[in-house]
Write a protein that binds this ligand. Structure first.
Ligand SMILES: [Zn+2]
Length: 371
């Protein structure tokens, strides 16, 4: 097992939740502290409040990964007798870094919205608000026939060649490779200074851009040649669409029954409901956090009910007039990310052979209580 530093952990994390998925202007990434230090205790939090920082200090945490940025509006000053200043001072004194993954974690596959959709039991969830299209590249590599199968496997295993529900897609054609090894070479086939002809296979496949670097590194490692001949082409094919919120089906029930389901599956004592409680619900849209401005996306996509937080009085009126039912379980249901993300990062660290303890913050950060 390896003792990783903060950079190595964040590099792993960003494979799951790349920064590029964030909405424009969002405040994400490392916000406080440093990553160039040994990290063996990582705490996953929804909000970084003072009692969460105290928990991190008590649990000897070196890195907090939080969903909500600790610094959202630019700081005008840093006064250590103000609440925010005191919090930042505590973090710096205890050398605790804070890294924020906000809208990029909402959009990420397996991120906040997928966790919410899963908790609500949505079948075949699709993206509610598209925000990002994964670009595709064509990767072509020339390989001696003896190694063609291995190269196809290596590329397929890292996720190249996904077309719809098919994986490991590729095309191969046989041909003749020619090369003249220079005097200083140590060729796998042939001799330095002699023109060589080899039966080769041209293997082509499609790679999502975020995986391209990984694919090239893997193919160079698996390829027997000293100098690997490969080409990367830009292509116009439509890639996978990612985005905010999810929409999917549930087994039919009344709005009242579904509201109960929301309470139990998201662990809240009450929800605000807009609409006719006897309405039959089958298609459900969910969007973690404040989803006010996307209620028409839910309506257009045919949702019977839209579950989101922080619903404003006037949005509720607008939705009522549009005939869209809504349920507000509170913004804090995003707390689901604490356990979800802990499991994901634990697994990634284990696979990378990192000796690191990842755990969720146990502090409640919901500011509201119902009396
Ligand atoms: Zn949020």
């Amino acid at each position: 097992m390896k003792n990783p530093n903060g950079h190595e952990i964040i590099q792993l994390f960003e494979q799951f939740s790349p920064k590029g998925l964030a909405m424009e202007g969002d405040k994400i990434g490392l916000q406080i502290g440093r990553l160039n230090k040994k990290v063996d205790r990582v705490m996953i939090a929804l909000d970084v409040l003072e009692h969460v920082i105290d928990e991190a200090i008590e649990k000897n945490v070196q890195l907090i990964i939080a969903h909500h940025p600790i610094i959202y509006r630019p700081l005008k000053n840093l006064l250590t007798d103000s609440t925010q200043g005191k919090m930042i001072e505590k973090l710096i004194k205890h050398d605790i870094a804070v890294y924020a993954a906000h809208t990029n974690l909402d959009v990420a596959k397996g991120g906040v919205n997928d966790l919410l959709a899963e908790a609500l039991g949505l079948e075949d969830p699709e993206v509610l608000v598209p925000t990002y299209e994964v670009k595709l590249k064509k990767l072509v590599v020339f390989v001696p026939s003896s190694h063609a199968e291995e190269i196809r496997q290596v590329l397929g295993n890292i996720g190249a060649g996904y077309i719809g529900n098919y994986s490991h897609c590729s095309f191969s054609a046989n041909g003749t490779g020619r090369f003249l090894p220079g005097e200083q070479t140590n060729p796998y086939v042939g001799k330095p200074g002699r023109l060589e002809e080899v039966e080769e296979v041209k293997v082509e496949t499609i790679v999502p851009e975020p995986l391209l670097k990984k694919a090239i590194t893997a193919l160079i490692k698996a390829h027997p040649y000293e100098e690997v001949a490969y080409d990367v082409y830009p292509i116009e094919n439509k890639g996978e669409v990612l985005g905010l919120g999810r929409i999917g089906k549930v087994s039919e029930m009344t709005l009242a029954e579904f509201a109960e389901k929301v309470k139990t599956s998201l662990g809240v004592s009450s929800v605000r409901v807009i609409g006719d409680l006897s309405f039959k619900v089958k298609k459900v849209a969910v969007l973690g956090g404040d989803g006010n401005k996307y209620f028409m996306n839910a309506k257009f996509k045919g949702a019977d009910v839209y579950v989101t937080g922080d619903i404003y009085y006037h949005t509720a009126h607008d939705a009522m007039m549009e005939g869209l039912n809504m349920i507000d379980p509170g913004h804090n249901v995003e707390k689901i990310m604490k356990i979800g993300l802990t499991k994901i990062l634990q697994k990634m660290c284990q696979e990378a052979g990192y000796s690191v303890d990842v755990f969720p913050s146990e502090e409640n950060t919901d500011p509201f209580q119902f009396v």
